[in-house]
Each structure stands twice: as C-alpha cells, then as structure tokens.
Design a protein around this ligand. Sequence first.
Ligand code: PNS
Length: 161
Amino acid sequence: MTRCVCPGSFDPLTLGHLDVVERSARLFDEVVVAVLYNPDKQGTFTADERVGLIEKSVAHLANVRAEAFADELLVEVCARLEAPIVVKGLRGETDFSYELPMATMNRSLSGLETLFLPGNPGMDHLSSSLIKQVAGLGGDVTGMVPEPVIGPLLERVGASR
Ligand code: PNS
C-alpha cells in the first residue's frame, strides 16, 4: 500500500487544494491531508477548525483523511505515517520557486520525495490569502472554496456590510 501526504496550512482549504487532494486520491491508496505550521503565515482558523473543514470537504473520498501536526517537521510526520511521498500542487513559477527549496530540504533531511502536480489552469488564481481578502471586502467566494468552507469563512472574515 502506498500512502502519500498532502501538506499545507490550509487556512482554509480552497478548491485548488481539493483538486490536488482528489487527484492524489486516484494516484495513491491512502492520502493524509496534513495541516502543518507555517511560521510565515498568520492563522485565521485554528488547526482543529481547518481539519474539521477539510474532513467535511473530503467526505466523498473514502481513502482520504485529515490530521493536524504541531511543532513538527514534515519529514518527521511522514516518517511516522510511513508515507514516502508528499504531493503538492504548482500554480506557476512563483509556486515552483517557493516549493523547490522545501522539496530539496526535505529530500536532504530524510530522502522524502515530493511529487508536483500541475495546478488546474482554471484554479491558478485561488489562494487562501486572496480568498480571505475577497471575502473580507464583501466579494463573492462561490466557486473558490468547497461548500462546507463558505459559511465558516464568511462568519470569520466576511464583511459586515
Ligand atoms: O500551504 P503552505 O503554507 O505553503 O505549506 C507550507 C508547509 C506547512 C507545508 C511547510 O511550511 C512545512 O512543511 N511546515 C512544517 C515544518 C517543516 O517541516 N519545515 C521545513 C520545510 S522544508
């Protein structure tokens, strides 16, 4: 059995993330969506809230589960989960420049491999931070995040006008 990890901050999960998770679920026997700490990003949802939103959004995928990990390196998480591969989506050159050093660092730390899936072109503009900005200023986020995320997102950052 081959297990992979889809790691990220997922604050919150977007439809772009979900696309990568769904495609990973077709490639691997089991997928663990790992909510991890990114020191460069400020949190809007707690780790447990993010896991809850992911679980609701992947309910249609029998071989996918979500879990949060605190204060741990991704390579340690993957070793414990017995997952030799992480999968990440690439929306373009900016993602590649951001992801490549992390992939190389992880491989040098433990041999952990990273598989990059090209992002779905229609979803290249979807990022958690941009979507929160749109929601915060009263924009329509339908079609940007999974259905279970819409309500909690508007409640947390939505414009009150
Ligand atoms: O969705 P993000 O925020 O771009 O994901 C980045 C994340 C959380 C996967 C990365 O910061 C990470 O792996 N954090 C865990 C700590 C760690 O292993 N850091 C070294 C990465 S080379």
